[in-house]
Design a protein. Structure first.
Length: 54
């Protein structure tokens, strides 16, 4: 969806920087979703847990 917004913005304004910034937002969002998915699957562990209760 963000890619479509970026493309439409570029077509309307001709501003490549806005297009690139919106694509970067999309990439960041994908990375956050990937990391959250890994956390939910247990692939990323909280490294601070071993210090609790010591």
């Amino acid at each position: 969806m963000i890619k479509q917004i970026a493309w439409n913005t570029f077509k309307n304004t001709g501003d490549i920087n806005t297009f690139l910034e919106l694509i970067e937002v999309e990439n960041t969002q994908k990375n956050i979703n990937r990391i959250n998915g890994e956390k939910n699957n247990g692939n990323i562990q909280n490294k601070w847990n071993h210090n609790i209760g010591k």
